[in-house]
Design a protein around this ligand. Sequence first.
Ligand code: TXA
Ligand code: MG
Length: 312
Amino acid sequence: MNMPAPAEIEKAAALLRDGKLVAFPTETVYGLGADATNADAVLSIYETKGRPRFNPLIVHCADLAMAERFASFSPLARQLADAFWPGPLSIVLPLKSGHGLADVATAGLDTIALRVPDHPVAQALLRAADRPLAAPSANPSGKLSPTTAEQVQRGFSGRVPVLDGGPCKSGVESTIVTIDGDRIIQLRAGALAREEIERVTGLVVSQAETGAKISAPGMLLSHYAPNAHMRLDTSPQPGEAYLAFGAATPFDGITRNLSESGDLHEAARNLFSMLHELDATGVTMIVVAPIPETGLGEAINDRLRRAAAPRS
Ligand code: TXA
Ligand code: MG
């Protein structure tokens, strides 16, 4: 972790209050932040990312008290917030009337995705800006999510100021859930394992069906796409790059290993950085070894399948 000087945080907060964008670290990935109450500021997120308008944003809050200004928390929603905030869980909830958030932040929906990030730099920035911050991952739309300040700089060719908090701890985006009565529905697998939510609540967390009304647009196929094509396989051929997991098949070409010891947390943390590195070599095919479909493996495989999906 790297902590920018207080003056740097204050400068970034002033930019945000002035309607400008600032990229900042969270425990999951770097976010491209804007004042969520300022529609012009939020629109420049969409423009900077080249993001389709219908894709709503997660609004980051300093704490539960700030989040409660914008959405109605059922007892179950509050239980989730108490258990997992600050942390990598985004909760989709009904908007409160008079919430004051820009419509473009929610892409016109009557619900809002809220999260309280667990990163000292994100926390310091939220408190200094004294605003809720809409923040998608800080990458051009459809590209890899950044886990270092340098990747953000490269992705936007230095056009966006970035607070450098060092590499992100978790490396995959937050888990997104919504609540329907006494049911918890997972909209996106992410850094908080579904089993963890089930353990704490004693409820079964169901999976949103693709194509369902409440599915997250970020679940679109080919959302997380490197320039290289990808294939899920354990036999890389000469000229291809190989992203291994666990005890690797010996291979002469360019190789990275998500986790030699088969640790899914380590693999999640390495996922985007290693894909970035392999993609930067200019190879046309990245071969990715299979990852177990348990715990964080679900989120990793979700991203890998999307990255490997046929491009339109
Ligand atoms: O870890 C993260 O969540 C990162 C960091 C920066 O916090 N942010 C992130 O944001 O991944 P983004 O914009 O890349 O993904 C937001 C996802 C999208 O798939 C979007 O469709 C979904 O959240 N979403 C937002 N509001 C929603 C809503 N009201 N209903 C359903 N899905 C929603
Ligand atoms: Mg994203």
